[in-house]
Design a protein around this ligand. Sequence first.
Ligand code: ATP
Length: 322
Amino acid sequence: MTGPSGTETPAAFEITGLVVRHGKVTAVRDVSIASPPGRVTALLGPNGAGKSSLLSVLSTASRPDEGTVRVFGHDVRAEPTAARRRLGLVFQERTLDKELSVERNLWFHARLFGMAREDARARIDLMLDLFGLADRRGQAIEELSGGLARRVEIARALLHRPGLIVLDEPTNGLDPSARAAVWADLLLLRRELGVTILYATHYMDEAEYADEIVILAKGRIVRQGSLGELKGSLDSSRIVVTCADHGAAVRQLRTAGFDALLEPGGVAVHCADPEALIAQVVRALDVPGLTLSVHHPSMNDVYLAAAGHDGPGAGRGSVITR
Ligand SMILES: Nc1ncnc2c1ncn2[C@@H]1O[C@H](COP(=O)(O)OP(=O)(O)OP(=O)(O)O)[C@@H](O)[C@H]1O
């Protein structure tokens, strides 16, 4: 990738032709993904799709069976220590020492990464401030809520100034308000520190924070793109009509030239731009108790279509305009 000065700047991560096997199981099959610095990438996929196996190789915890993986230009196989120094990791299992204070946990991490005492002290203060943890510095981890402990883990992952933070299901087990707080932290990091983020999640709403979404199934990439691109690839925007006589509504709409379908929630008119057609749909109908609503595909529709299921409206016909 070319930097602002015209010099080549390495990708934050670059995964090429990655294959990961666990004995006879092939968990990741020929996956290639890259990210420039500063981008947020989400990995989605059902259980067993290969997300953790991919993140484990990227984090240098396990080795690739085939392909290459680089972190800021450092090959994880040839230069694992250099790659590791550019990485901040937050994994599913909690790795804080529960009996130690917030500050001691951060301190041990800083020393493990060879940070000088003065630098470590200043950086710990900065992270505690940034994450709203300054008044908790002396508290033992076991006294904190799950959401706060997760914040400490994220603060710790950032201490040694990594350019890339990798999170495997960072909000797993947290309640909705703690999840929202973790995401506020992550988006702040990106804004304030320009950190590149790669995360795996099962929550569809969390995928919407990403610039790039990669959906894996059975070890392969089945969809990839921005949220807008992925939603645009689905033909499931629609106007939904409910009224006292759905049969009459279908007949009237078809007479008017619309491709109307009777669906569980009412009568659907699938089209690329529902807002532009809604007035024509209203004019075509003469039925009691009429209500109309506009639906656009959600991340859930994208995910279900990619995982091989029919989402609401996925793959259905679009409107025939008059
Ligand atoms: N240590 C292991 N030994 C054997 N098989 C494994 C091991 N780790 C993962 N697998 C298998 O590899 C495949 C991919 O698993 P992986 O954990 O990478 O998927 P995942 O997408 O992270 O799933 P989840 O969302 O459940 O965490 C699965 O079939 C899994 O059973």
